[in-house]
Design a protein around this ligand. Structure first.
Ligand code: SPV
Ligand code: MG
Length: 669
C-alpha cells in the first residue's frame, strides 16, 4: 500500500503561523509537526512508500522528509496557487499506479487507531464520524445503504461528518483517477477531487469507516490548531495497560508496545512467576528480572507486577483508559479473563484494544529454545526448591517412561475463570517403574535400569523430578546414587526408613518388613548430604512408622531425628483410607518445625483436595501410581477385545487416534 499525502496548498487561513513554513510543518506538541507525525504513524503501521504532492514549499517539505524511513516520491504542482489538489493528484497519477492507496490531506491529524482501522478495511473506505455534529464548511459524506454516495461541503441530508482520510483498493482508485483526468482535461482544476469521485460512487464501493470520537481532524485555522494540540496532550496523558508473561522479548512484543504507545502512556504488568508457571512453563527469568527487562524498553513509562492471571487488581488500581492485547485471547483459554477485563474497564469507560496476534515460526523457535534450557540439569534440579518456596504446595505425578513423562509435562486443564492447572513435577515411582518392567516392587530393578527410566523421561520433558530411591541401599552405595541423580538433574530423592527385603508400603503389615534403626538411617542421610555437590539437591526422609503400625510417637521422633541428620524434607506415609493420622502427624510436626517441607502420597486417603493439604502445611503432594493404574487395565481390555473378536475393529473405540499420538510427540528439528 502506498500513501498519498496532499501538501500543495498554502495554508492561508493559518495567518502568521504559515508565513515561514508550510502548514504541514506546524508544530503540534510532543516535538512533532503534522507531517512528521503522519510519517511516523505510516512507518509504524508498516507503510513503506509515500507520494507527497507539493507546491510553493516544495524544498522545505523535501528537507522535512529526510530520514523519515519511508521511500518518498515528491510530485510538484507548479500551478498550486491557481489549482486545487485535483490537479496535484492528476500530476501524481503515474506514481500512484499499481497499488492500493492510502490518501490523506497534509493537514490531517489522527489517532493511530483510526489509521489502523482504515488500513485494515477490506473495501475502499473514508473516515467519518457518527458522533460529531455536521460541520458547516467541511466535508460531509452522504450515506445510503451503508455506502458513500456523495462527498461535499453542501450536502446535509443523510450525511455524516467526513475527514479526508481514505483507503482505496487499486481498481477503485484507478476509476477515481480516470474521472480526475476527465475533469482536468476539460480544464476543471479548481474544484475538489471529490467532485470527480462523486461521479464514480455508483461503481466504487466506498464505505464509511466510523472513527466516532477518536481524533481525526484537519487543521485549517489557529483555533483548530489549539484544539488539536489540547486533544493530543490529553491522549499523551491517557494510561494504557498491557500484561506480559514472556521472558524472551522479540519483535512482535516491541511492535505491540509501540502501537500501545500511540494510545497513551504505557504501563506494563509483569505476570508473577507463580501465575506464569500455572498456565505455561516455569519462567526462565524471575518476575523481578522480567520487570527490569521491560523497564529498558523505549515507550514504557511504568512496570508493575501482576500477581494473578486476572487483570482485575491492577486495573482497579490504575483505572487505565485502554488495555491492549493480541486478539488470540478472544478464543483461547483466556476468554474468561478477557471478558472480565471488558467488564472491569466498563466501570470507568475504559476500552479494550486488540491487535492481530502474530504467529511467527521464528518466535516459536525461541520458545523451543527456552524450553530446552529448562531441561538442562542445573536449571531443572533447582526448580523444585524454587517451586516449593514460590507456591507453598507443589504437585507431582507419576511417570515411568518417556510417554508418561510427556503426559505429565503437557497435560493442562483450563478453569472457568481463565486460570489453568498442571502438574509441577514428576515422581519416578519404584512401584510403577518395576511394574512397567513386569517385576515386583522389591528393589529388584537395579539402579542402572532405574537411571535408564530417568534418562528416557529427562530427554523429553522439562519439569523437575522426584526420584523414589526405595531404601537407598547401603550408605556406601547411597552416596553414589546421590551423585548420579544430582548429575542428571533430578531434584529430590526420597528414601524410606526400611531395611532388608523391602516390600511395597501399601502391603503394610500383611508382609514381613523391617524398619531401619534411627541411628542407621540418620547415618545414611548424613552420608548422602555429605556426598552431594550442589545446594539444590534434596534428600527426603520417608517415615514408615504409620505403615508398619509403630505409632505416631515413633513417626514424630524419627521425623525430628532425620531433619537433625540433614534431611531436606520429610515424607509421611499411611495406607489408611482416612487421612486423620496424616493430619495429626502434620499438625504435631508443624507445631515444632514450620519450615521443613512435608511430602504426602495420598493414594488411599485420596479424598483430600490439594487446597486442604496446603492449608494444613503440606508442601508436596505426590500422585504416585495413577497413570500406571489407568493405563494397564486399558491395555488389558484392548487385548481381550481383539482376542474375543479375532480382529481389531471392535477395539477401535478404546484407542487414542494415531494423529493424537503423533501430536503428543513432536519431532525436534
Ligand atoms: C511408589 O510409588 O513406589 C511408592 C509409593 O513408594 S507407595 O507405593 O505408596 O509405597
Ligand atoms: Mg516405592
Amino acid at each position: 500500500m502506498k500513501a498519498l499525502i496532499l501538501n500543495s496548498g498554502t495554508g492561508s487561513r493559518m495567518g502568521d503561523i504559515t508565513k515561514t513554513h508550510p502548514k504541514c510543518m506546524t508544530e503540534i506538541g510532543g516535538g512533532e509537526t503534522i507531517l512528521s507525525r503522519q510519517l511516523r504513524q505510516l512507518a509504524e503501521a508498516g507503510v513503506q512508500e509515500a507520494v507527497i504532492t507539493t507546491g510553493e514549499w516544495d524544498q522545505k517539505i523535501r528537507e522535512a522528509c529526510e530520514g523519515c524511513g519511508l521511500k518518498v516520491t515528491f510530485v510538484l504542482n507548479p500551478r498550486a496557487r491557481e489549482t486545487n489538489y485535483i490537479y496535484s493528484m492528476y500530476l501524481a497519477r503515474e506514481a500512484l499506479k499499481g497499488s492500493d492507496i492510502l490518501l490523506m490531506h497534509g493537514d490531517l491529524v489522527f489517532e493511530s487507531r483510526v489509521l489502523d482501522d482504515v488500513m485494515a478495511s477490506p473495501v475502499s473506505c473514508m473516515a467519518v464520524s457518527s458522533t460529531l455534529p455536521l460541520p458547516e464548511k467541511d466535508f460531509k459524506a452522504v450515506i445510503k445503504d451503508g455506502r458513500i454516495r456523495e462527498i461535499g461541503i453542501n450536502c446535509f441530508e443523510s450525511a455524516l461528518a467526513a475527514q479526508p482520510l481514505y483507503r482505496f483498493l487499486e481498481a477503485d482508485f484507478a476509476l477515481w483517477m480516470e474521472s480526475i483526468a476527465e475533469f482536468v482535461e476539460q480544464g476543471e482544476v479548481k474544484c475538489y477531487a471529490e467532485n470527480a469521485l462523486n461521479r464514480k460512487t455508483g461503481d466504487i464501493l466506498l464505505c464509511p469507516l466510523d472513527a466516532g470520537d477518536k481524533l481525526c481532524s484537519e487543521i485549517d485555522t489557529p483555533e483548530d490548531l489549539n484544539r488539536v494540540r489540547g486533544v493530543l496532550e490529553e491522549i499523551r496523558r491517557r494510561v494504557v495497560y498491557m500484561c506480559f508473561s514472556t521472558d524472551v522479548l522479540h519483535a512482535a512484543h516491541l511492535r505491540l508496545i509501540q502501537r500501545a504507545e500511540q494510545l497513551g502512556q504505557v504501563v506494563i504488568g509483569i505476570l508473577s512467576d507463580e501465575a506464569v508457571a500455572s498456565y505455561k512453563r516455569f519462567p526462565l527469568l524471575t518476575c523481578r528480572e522480567r520487570m527490569q527487562m521491560f523497564r529498558q524498553v523505549a515507550g514504557v513509562s511504568r512496570v508493575m507486577e501482576q500477581k494473578t492471571l486476572s487483570y482485575r487488581e491492577n486495573l482497579e488500581k490504575l483505572r487505565p483508559d485502554f488495555v491492549v492485547h493480541g486478539d488470540n485471547w478472544k478464543t483461547d483459554f483466556q476468554k474468561p479473563i478477557r471478558e472480565e477485563v471488558v467488564r472491569v474497564l466498563s466501570g470507568w469507560g475504559g476500552e479494550l484494544v486488540e491487535y492481530p496476534y502474530t504467529r511467527d515460526s521464528r518466535f516459536s523457535a525461541l520458545e523451543g529454545r527456552a524450553r530446552s534450557e529448562l531441561a538442562l540439569p542445573d536449571s531443572r534440579r533447582s526448580r523444585l526448591r524454587n517451586l516449593i518456596s514460590m507456591k507453598g504446595l507443589v504437585t507431582a505425578m507419576e511417570a515411568h517412561s518417556g510417554i508418561t513423562g510427556l503426559i505429565v509435562e503437557n497435560t493442562v486443564v483450563y478453569e472457568e475463570n481463565g486460570g489453568a492447572h498442571q502438574f509441577d513435577a514428576m515422581w519416578i515411582s519404584s512401584l510403577c517403574d518395576s511394574t512397567a518392567k513386569g517385576k515386583p516392587d522389591i528393589e529388584l530393578v537395579d539402579m542402572s535400569s532405574r537411571f535408564r527410566t530417568i534418562d528416557d523421561i529427562l530427554e523429553v520433558t522439562t519439569k523437575p523430578i522426584i526420584f523414589d530411591g526405595d531404601t537407598g541401599g547401603l550408605p556406601e552405595h547411597f552416596v553414589y546414587t546421590v551423585r548420579s541423580l544430582e548429575r542428571m538433574g533430578v531434584s529430590m530423592v526420597i528414601i524410606e526408613d526400611k531395611t532388608g527385603l523391602k516390600k511395597n508400603s501399601l502391603f503394610g503389615t500383611e508382609v514381613q518388613q523391617t524398619q531401619d534403626s534411627i541411628e542407621h538411617f540418620c547415618e545414611k542421610i548424613r552420608a548422602g548430604k555429605k556426598a552431594q555437590k550442589t545446594r539444590d539437591f534434596m534428600i527426603c526422609a520417608r517415615i514408615e512408622s504409620l505403615i508398619l503400625e509403630a505409632g505416631m510417637e515413633d513417626a514424630l521422633t524419627r521425623a525430628f531425628a532425620f531433619t537433625q541428620a540433614g534431611a531436606d524434607a520429610i515424607m509421611i506415609h499411611s495406607r489408611r483410607r482416612e487421612p486423620d493420622e496424616i493430619f495429626t502427624f502434620v499438625e504435631r510436626f508443624r507445631a515444632q518445625d514450620a519450615v521443613t517441607p512435608l511430602v504426602v502420597v495420598p493414594t488411599s486417603f485420596n479424598q483430600v483436595r490439594e487446597e486442604e493439604w496446603r492449608k494444613r502445611g503440606v508442601n508436596v503432594v505426590i500422585y504416585a501410581n495413577q497413570l500406571t493404574r489407568a493405563g494397564f487395565p486399558a491395555m488389558q481390555k484392548a487385548a481381550e477385545t481383539i482376542l474375543r473378536n479375532h480382529r481389531g475393529l471392535e477395539c477401535d473405540d478404546l484407542l487414542m487416534p494415531i494423529r493424537d499420538i503423533i501430536r503428543l510427540i513432536p519431532e525436534e528439528n
